[in-house]
Design a protein around this ligand. Structure first.
Ligand code: SF4
Length: 306
């Protein structure tokens, strides 16, 4: 659930449980089907980690998750936060669960003025010093909820906060000024031209992205490489097109924001009569493909205009 919302994930969660009700069934699923079901959620590496993790749990742990943070940390997809959260919430183990919400609460409670990035180790220590002696799962959830609903980034509702008596930021009038965040520079923009190629059978050409790297293993509309440069001219870009044909640049651009850059895509449309080898998918079945959101935008844009 990190970097996303309950509202976005809820329907996927239901769909996943219906399709793969046990970890054994999930472990036997095909990775491409998992990716198709994941499409639109972002953070695609997580789909692969989920699958790898299911296989390891079945193979090495007899189908049961280990309960300790240390053991959980060895599994694919588990970082410090996830390991602590699962250990505390699922197994009621003593674990220091620190997510973005908790960081904010702790930074305020102790009036930590160091910029957040630098303050993280100190925040973890301070958070650990507050751990209760039982009900670790309830405590972890209560603290995260306090951050999500009361100690909010803007306009914290200190009047409703159970910790208002001991909160240093509140006493110093700094509640909504902490934690300090170092200013981040603007994200760079990468640009590319995507090639929307159809054939006489109402199919569109897709390709699978390399397993490693951004959107690893997901499907995409073929494009030029994504580079930090001006938008390439179609005449140059068509050297990177999947086939030589009459490409037509469609009006408009697609913008998509990734965590560390923005992507601007122009779309060129082309068609061929014969079918070439490649992953051709019927336009009516595109919905079911493992297309990430940015590629769904390309498809929608192209279909409006061709
Ligand atoms: S008193 Fe206000 S600033 Fe302090 S922890 Fe509570 S909500 Fe956050």
């Amino acid at each position: 659930m990190q970097q996303t919302t309950v509202a976005a994930v809820g329907p996927y969660y239901q769909k996943f449980l219906r399709r793969w009700p046990t970890i054994q069934i999930l472990a036997q699923a095909s990775l491409n089907e998992i990716r198709r079901m994941w499409a639109g959620l972002g953070y695609y590496r997580r789909a692969q980690s989920l699958h790898e993790c299911a296989k390891i749990i079945c193979r090495d742990y007899d189908g049961h998750f280990p309960e300790s943070e240390t053991e959980l940390l060895k599994l694919p997809g588990f970082g410090p936060y996830t390991a602590a959260a699962v250990s505390a919430i699922a197994f009621d183990q003593r674990a220091n669960v620190v997510d973005g919400n908790v960081e904010r609460v702790i930074a305020r409670l102790f009036a930590l003025r160091t910029p957040l990035l630098k303050a993280k180790p100190d925040i973890r220590k301070k958070a650990a010093s507050l751990l209760p002696s039982d009900r670790f799962g309830d405590y972890a959830q209560a603290l995260m909820d306090l951050g999500a609903t009361i100690c909010t980034p803007r306009n914290p509702k200190c009047g409703l906060c159970p910790w208002s008596q001991s909160c240093k930021a509140l006493a110093l009038g700094l509640a909504d000024k902490l934690p300090h965040r170092a200013k981040t520079g603007a994200k760079p923009t990468r640009r590319a031209i995507a090639f929307f190629l159809t054939n006489g059978r109402g199919e569109v050409l897709l390709r699978q992205r390399p397993e490693k790297g951004l959107l690893g293993g997901m499907m995409e509309i073929p494009s030029t490489s994504w580079r930090e440069d001006l938008m390439p001219a179609l005449a140059d870009a068509s050297k990177e097109a999947p086939v030589k044909t009459q490409w037509v640049l469609l009006p408009g651009r697609i913008k998509h924001v990734f965590s560390h850059f923005e992507l601007e895509l122009a779309v060129a449309a082309g068609s061929i009569k014969r079918s070439l080898p490649g992953q051709w998918v019927s336009l009516s079945k595109l919905e079911k493909e493992a297309l990430p959101s940015v590629m769904r935008k390309v498809v929608r844009h192209a279909l409006k205009l061709v």
